[in-house]
Design a protein around this ligand. Structure first.
Ligand code: NAG
Ligand code: NAG
Ligand code: NAG
Length: 579
């Protein structure tokens, strides 16, 4: 498969060089036909209510913001194909974060300091209400030399912000003072300290020869001249930090968001980085000392403990403050888990996760995340199951609705925790390996129990989203694992199908735990225990497509599991950029 992928890449290169002549295009189709099973190009595998453009490649979310009654969303986009390249800032607007209208490209290479690329960045709303975007530009050929540029709206009265202007004083930040110029990108939203009136923002980078991820602080009075604070805000031995995000959260666990500049005693801060080497988003909760311009995670081992927003496919995420509903919203990119050849054949690659409201858990130790309430407007026909006991080894089908695109909420109650299996100490620190060893098909004590989604009638295909409860030596609290197991999700052999898993820091002593899954044809996005642990998986069934997709509740443990309540809703299709 790798080799075939390379052939396609070679043709793509030829396509670009040859200006897409017919001869080359025909050859490309031949290569694809050999590499791609027919099911993968089934239009019914195309997501419906997850954000996507009509076609082509997308990656990082950029500069999400709310302006004059509209939500704005920009993203890294290849206008010429379904693989990464030719990146511009595509732009869409929405009234509700669910129905989207595509506008003209907002930012594309046009000045010396971005002529070889317009990469990720963020928006800041200035005190007079003007939005400003800062983004990374590539300013020389063949080497990804990175500088930061800004752009302003041409017409502030236009709520759709259709046109962006790059002032002549770009670039405004260049790599200096020993910064590795090829690893210097993704400026954050800026925050302002009322005491000294200065703006601050972060830029992701690397130090110690690639060993340490760093978030550099830059300060400015006028958003034009920026100076670096000598010591970074924070750094850790994780390799390059992409797409840093830094924001305040309410410390009392209320579900209310804070504007990025808010500070004070009622506030904790969250620092998120996208780890280029691991390709996942990690965060810590901690304290921001404005005078020292330093951030310290509450948990001294926080940088190693590795809390993630999502334990599946979720990268390059970015939050913004929504003043209309006083909440902080998280956007994250989910890539494909098929091959580049399949992406070319499909004509599209990449989606955004459903935007999530984020807030601090009352424990103060982690965040909670929940799909924005607006997604519930897409709920159509529903089926509810109540007080149904699932015996060991049993599974029960949820019938009466189409479940290839569904929103499912379940409350489980385990009869007894006494039979929980012992936790292998060697796997106690690694949820993903634990799930790999103790997947959905491996009978347990308490669990595995949960959902089989996108399942075929004969069960040959199914994606399991489930919990498993363990007894850990020396701990009185049972350890809860949440897992998505796509190893049986498709008969198509050429897919990336890792089991994804995270621990759920919840007290299950009353036996209760909840699960919500948003199913959308080739994506399953799940929220355990009210948003404590989230897992997004891409799956591409070959049989469980459209009306052939089924939904089951299963129990593969030795203890009875009761479904106190399950409701599944069929999901309607929103306006999606004309797709
Ligand atoms: C600016 O936008 C407003 C609102 O859309 C519009 O009425 C006005 O004509 C625009 N001005 C210019 C100079 O384009
Ligand atoms: C910059 O980082 C890249 C990638 O880690 C590395 O290959 C390169 O050697 C670094 N350059 C310098 C000058 O340290
Ligand atoms: C998404 O695709 C999989 C399979 O190709 C890769 O293993 C991941 O590294 C990739 N994720 C990102 C963020 O690029």
């Amino acid at each position: 498969m790798r080799a075939l992928g390379r052939v396609v890449w070679a043709w793509l290169l030829l396509l670009q060089l040859a200006g897409a002549s017919h001869v080359v295009y025909e050859n490309l189709l031949e290569v694809e036909a050999a590499a791609v099973p027919p099911s993968i190009v089934d239009p019914e595998l195309r997501t419906g209510y997850h954000f996507h453009p009509p076609k082509n490649w997308i990656n990082d979310p950029n500069a999400p913001m709310y302006y004059k009654g509209w939500y704005h969303f920009f993203y890294q986009y290849n206008p010429k194909g379904a693989v990464w390249g030719n990146i511009v800032w595509a732009h869409s607007v929405s009234r509700d974060l669910i129905n989207w209208v595509a506008l003209e490209t907002a930012i594309e290479p046009s000045i010396p300091s971005d002529q070889y690329g317009c990469w990720s960045g963020s928006a800041t709303i200035l005190p007079d209400g003007t939005p400003v975007i800062m983004y990374t530009g590539i300013d020389r050929p063949n080497i990804n030399y990175q500088v930061q540029n800004i752009a302003y709206p041409r017409n502030k009265s236009d709520p759709l912000l259709r046109e962006w202007v790059k002032p002549a004083h770009n670039p405004i930040i260049v790599p200096e003072g020993g910064i590795n110029a090829t690893q210097f990108r993704d400026p954050t939203t800026a925050w302002r300290d009322d005491d000294d009136g200065r703006w601050r923002l972060l830029i992701g980078s690397v130090a110690a020869g690639g060993a340490r991820g760093v978030a550099y602080v830059y300060r400015s009075r006028d958003f034009r001249r920026w100076a670096r604070v000598r010591r970074p805000l924070h750094s850790a031995a994780t390799g390059m930090w992409e797409c840093p995000d830094f924001y305040p959260v309410e410390r009392d666990g209320r579900r209310v968001g804070l504007e990025t500049s808010v500070s004070g005693r009622r506030v904790k801060h969250v620092l998120k980085n996208s780890l280029d080497l691991r390709r996942y988003d990690y965060y810590t909760v901690g304290a921001y000392d404005r005078r020292a311009e330093r951030y310290v995670p509450d948990d001294p081992a926080g940088d190693e403990r590795r809390l993630r927003y999502d334990y599946g496919n979720f990268y390059a995420s970015k939050t913004f403050y929504d003043p209309a509903k006083r909440r902080r919203i998280l956007w994250g990119w989910a890539n494909e888990s098929d091959t580049a050849a399949a992406d070319v054949a499909k004509g599209w690659a990449g989606i955004q996760a459903i935007p999530r409201t984020v807030w601090l858990d009352p424990s103060g130790k982690q965040l909670l995340q929940w799909p924005i309430e607006e997604v519930e407007a897409l709920r159509g026909k529903s089926v509810t199951v109540k007080h149904r006991v699932i015996k060991p080894g049993q599974h029960v089908e949820v019938i009466g609705l189409q479940t290839a695109q569904a929103d499912v909420e379940v409350s489980f109650e385990v009869s007894s925790l006494a039979g929980a299996e012992p936790l292998d100490p060697a796997l106690a620190g690694d949820a993903q390996r634990l799930c790999g060893a103790r997947g959905a098909a491996v009978e347990g004590g308490v669990g595995p129990f949960g959902l089989w989604v996108l399942a075929s009638a004969d069960m040959q295909e199914r994606t399991a989203v489930f919990f498993r409860v363990f007894k850990a030596a020396g701990k009185d609290k049972p350890v809860v694992l949440m897992c998505t197991d796509p190893t049986k999700s498709s008969l198509n052999p050429n897919l990336y199908k890792p089991t994804f898993a995270g621990f759920v820091d919840t007290d299950i002593s009353n036996g209760k735990i909840s699960l919500r899954s948003l199913i959308d044809r080739s994506v399953v996005e799940s929220f355990g225990a009210g948003g404590k642990t989230c897992i997004l998986s891409r799956v591409y069934p070959s049989l469980s497509i459209g009306n052939n997709a089924r939904l089951y509740v299963f129990n593969n443990g030795k203890a009875d599991v009761r479904v106190s309540r399950l409701t599944a809703w069929q999901m309607k299709k929103p306006l999606m950029n004309g797709a």
